[in-house]
Design a protein around this ligand. Sequence first.
Ligand code: BES
Ligand code: ZN
Length: 632
Amino acid sequence: MYRAALLAPLALIASACTTMDGGEVEMAESTPMVSPILTTPDAVDDQTYARPQVARVTHVALDLDLDFDARMIGGTAVLSVLAQDNAGQIVLDSNALQIDRVTDGDGNSLSFAMGDAEPGKGAPLTIQLNGARTIRIDYRSAPDATALQWLSPEQTAGGEYPFLFSQGQAILNRTWIPTQDSPGIRQTWEARITAPKPLDVVMSGVAQGEPEDLGNGRRAFRFVMDKPVPPYLIAIAAGDIDFRATGPRTGVWAEPATLDRAYNEVADTEQLVEAAEGLYGEYRWGRYDMIVLPPAFPYGGMENPVMTFLTPTFIAGDRSNNGLVAHELAHSWSGNLVTNAVWGDGWLNEGVTSYFENRIVEEVYGKSRAEQEAALAYANIIETLEDVGYDAPGTALHNDGSGELIGSAIAYDKGHFFLRTIERAVGRERFDAWLRQWFDNHAFQPATSRLILEDMQANLARSPAEAKQLKLREWIFEPGLPSNVAKPDPRAFATVDTAVQAYAANGTIPTGWDDWTAAEQMRFLDNIPKQRTAAQLAALDDALGLSETGNNEVLFLWLELALANRYDPAVPQAEMFLSEIGRAKFVRPLYGVLMEQGDWGQPIARRIYAETRDGYHAVTRAGVDRLMGIED
Ligand code: BES
Ligand code: ZN
C-alpha cells in the first residue's frame, strides 16, 4: 500500500489522500494537488518535526513586511491544513521565530507551544487545531535568521540601497516561514510582500501584476506558486534591481551596475531551456528568470523555481562558467519536479542534475566542452575517494547518516557518473526515454534511492540479469566507485596533460594559454606540482597572467596554489577576493589553506576574517568558523 501511495497518479492524489492506516481524508475543494503522505520507511525525514501522516500543510499564504532597519521580516502566514479527522494538533518547524498569535479561520485563538530547540533544526511549533483547517500565524523572524542575508548598501554594486536575499536549502526557511520544512511535504504558496521604495522584490513564484503603491513610501508585491513545491524552494530577494529579457520566457534581474555584464553572460539562456526541453520534456514552470545577486551570496547558484539565484562571481565575460546556469535550469526537472524526499538522498537532486547539466552543455556548447567538464568532475571523484578511502560509508550515493557528509564529489559527481555509466551501457535512446518517464511519472512528488532503483529495475533494465550487470544497486547503496564506471575520454585533456608533464619535468610554461578553455586552465592548475617556490610562482603568473584572469574559478585555483606556498605577493589580492566574495566554495578553502600555513598563514587568515566575517552569509560563516576553531 505504501508503494501504491507513492506511485499514485496525480489525478487520484488531487481528490483524496491515503493516510497511514489506509483511510482517506477529504481535501478542501480549493486545495490543489499535494504530494502523497510519506510513509516509506526509507523516507523518514529526521530534519523536520512535522508529522505529515497526522496533519500536513498544503498551502501557505504569506503577508509580510520587509524591515531593513530592524533586519526583520514580519506579518502573517495563513496555512491550509490537511489532517486526519481526529488530529488534535499540527506540528510545524520553526527556528528562532517570534510567534505573536495563532488563530483559526474565524479569528479564534488557537493555543500553541514552542518545544526545545536543537542546533540547526530549530524547535517544533505545535498548534492545537480545535478542528481548524486554516491557521493564521502572526510572527516575525529574528535579525540573525540564517535563511536571510541583509546587505548594507556598501555590500552592493550600486552602494546606495540595502539588499535582501534568502537561501532556503536545506532547512533554513524555517527561520522566516513557520511551516513544515521538509522536502517531502510539498505546498503551494502565495505571498504579498511590502518593501520600501524604490526597491523591487522578486520571489520564486509568478509575479501578479504591477506592484501596488501604498502611499506610505512602500509598495506591495504579489506572487503565486500554484504548483506544489517543497518549502525549501520558497525564496525572496529585494534590492535596487532591473530586468532584461533574454528571450520570450527568460530574463535576468540584477543591480543596474551589474545588469549589462549579467545579461551578456546569460544571453544563451533561451537556448539552454530549449535544449533541456528537447532532452527530457516540457519546461513546466512557465517563465525561467534569473537574478544575479551581490557577491555575498553563499552559493554559485540556487534553483529557486522561475527565479534561479546566481552569484555574480560566475561572470567571466565569455560564458565559460555557464554550466552553472545549465545546472540550475536542469533542477527544474531534477529537484524541483522530482524531489529528494530526505536530504540523505540529495544525489537524486544534485547528481541527476549534474548529469542533465552536462547533457545541456553538450547540446549548446558542444561535445568537447561537455567532455572536459565531465573529466573535471571525474577527477574530483577520484581525488575525494583517494582522500577519504574507497570504503568510507559516506561515499555511497544514498546517505543513511552513517557516513560523514562529503563535499560535492559524491552527490554531484558520482551521481553524474552513475547516470553517465548507465547511459553509455544501454545507449542514449533507451536511457533518455527512461529518464524522461522518471520525470513525468514522478512529477511533483518526492523520491528516494529505493524508488529510483526500483524504477530502473522496472523501466530501464530489460531483465534482472541486466540490472545486476549494470551494478545499479552497488552504484546507489555501496561506497566507492563501481568497476563499470564510464571514464572520461582521455583525449578530453590530452594537450593539457602533456603540458602538465612538460611543466612538471622541466618547468616549461605552456604557450597559447589565453586560447585554452577555462576547463583546460583549471585542469592545468589542478594538476601541476603543488609545491612551488616564489620564483616559480612569479614565473607562472608573469607568463600566464593568472592574477589578472577574468574567470573567478581560475583565479581561485591560482590564489589557492599561491597561498599554499606562502607566496606574499598574492596576499593583497587574496584579501580583496575574500572581502568582496562570500561564496562558500571559494571562501572556505582559501581560509583553510591559510590556516594550514602555520605562523605564516594563520595570522593572515585571522586578520582578514576579523574584517570580513560580518559580511558573510551564515552558511559561509559557519564553515569558516569551524575551520578557525571559533565556537558559535
Ligand atoms: N541546490 C544547490 C545549492 C545548494 C546545495 C544549497 C546544498 C544548499 C545546500 C545548487 O543547485 C548547486 O548545486 N549549486 C552549485 C552549482 C554548481 C554545481 C554548478 C554551487 O553553488 O556551486
Ligand atoms: Zn544543484
